[in-house]
Design a protein. Structure first.
Length: 277
């Protein structure tokens, strides 16, 4: 795992500091295009071979989980790539074994399932905000490596990403959600509650890594202070973890269209929408 800063509660990887300044949109799109092509190649391999891929994204609020997932899924088929973002558990689900509600969403053959937050809610937000007891949190941390081993032994390629963000960037992004009417829907009471408990989250994250960073299901940590670089780094790494081989593409030619023969345009008045643009 990466080294820790002395007092900020932030994680620091081997390349802490990174390139100066945020990546430009033009440079980002230039790098993203070939990665999208590789994701399509991976998709076709998954579909053809019946591979099962499960990707977990965790991190503090505003770390950029949604943006990374959108970048991954922008050019692939929703019939292969499926995003799971479960709401708060129902009363019935609360009475079940904790992991039970996640199990039905795991990938079958030919699927890539992406969890936008996952069973690790118990190790993070539920623990910090008091939605579970300390005993329940520790039981989860002790049990989940065995469950993940079973997933991997069943043939699932399990990838777990933690998106790391600095205090300063989190403050900027939360303030942006407050100020920008396009983003206000992203802001919740829990976001504000968790913002004030930065170090409680740091301690919970550290213990989660200590228990669940295993040889069969390691945690991969990604700096996302620069959102664009973070997305590219995740996709590049993801492609390197799935042992896909691009399939040979058959030569495709468009067939000839039929002739109009007796077709006539309809006389019915249709409801075209206005064209102000």
């Amino acid at each position: 795992m990466p080294d820790y800063s002395s007092s900020s509660g932030e994680l620091r990887g081997p390349d802490h500091g990174g390139p100066a300044g945020p990546m430009s949109g033009k440079k980002y799109r230039k790098h993203l295009e070939p990665l999208h092509a590789e994701l399509v190649a991976m998709q076709e391999w998954v579909r053809a071979t019946g591979a099962k891929v499960c990707i977990v994204f965790e991190g503090r609020d505003t770390a950029g989980k949604g943006g990374v997932i959108k970048a991954i899924t922008a050019r692939v088929s929703p019939r292969v790539f499926r995003v799971v973002a479960l709401p708060a558990p129902t009363e019935r689900e609360k009475s079940q074994m904790y992991l039970q509600r996640y199990i039905p969403h795991l990938p079958a053959a030919g699927e890539v399932v992406i969890f936008d937050r996952s069973w690790y809610n118990r190790a993070g937000i539920e623990r910090v905000l008091g939605f579970c007891t300390e005993k329940q949190a520790h039981q989860f941390l002790e049990q989940v490596p065995t469950v993940e081993r079973s997933m991997v032994e069943s043939g699932i390629i399990l990838l777990k990403y933690w998106l790391e963000i600095s205090e300063e960037q989190q403050t900027l992004r939360l303030q942006s959600r407050i100020d920008d009417p396009r983003k206000i829907w992203k802001l919740s009471d829990m976001d504000l509650a968790s913002y004030s408990r930065w170090y409680d989250y740091s301690r919970a994250r550290d213990e989660m890594f200590r228990f669940t960073d295993t040889g069969w299901a390691p945690w991969y940590v990604v700096s996302t202070d620069d959102k664009k670089r973070g997305r590219l780094n995740v996709i590049e790494h993801l492609l390197g973890q799935v042992p896909y081989t691009p399939l040979e593409r058959p030569r495709i030619e468009l067939p000839k269209r039929q002739k109009a023969k007796d077709y006539r345009p309809p006389e019915q008045v249709l409801h075209w929408i206005p064209t102000p643009y």
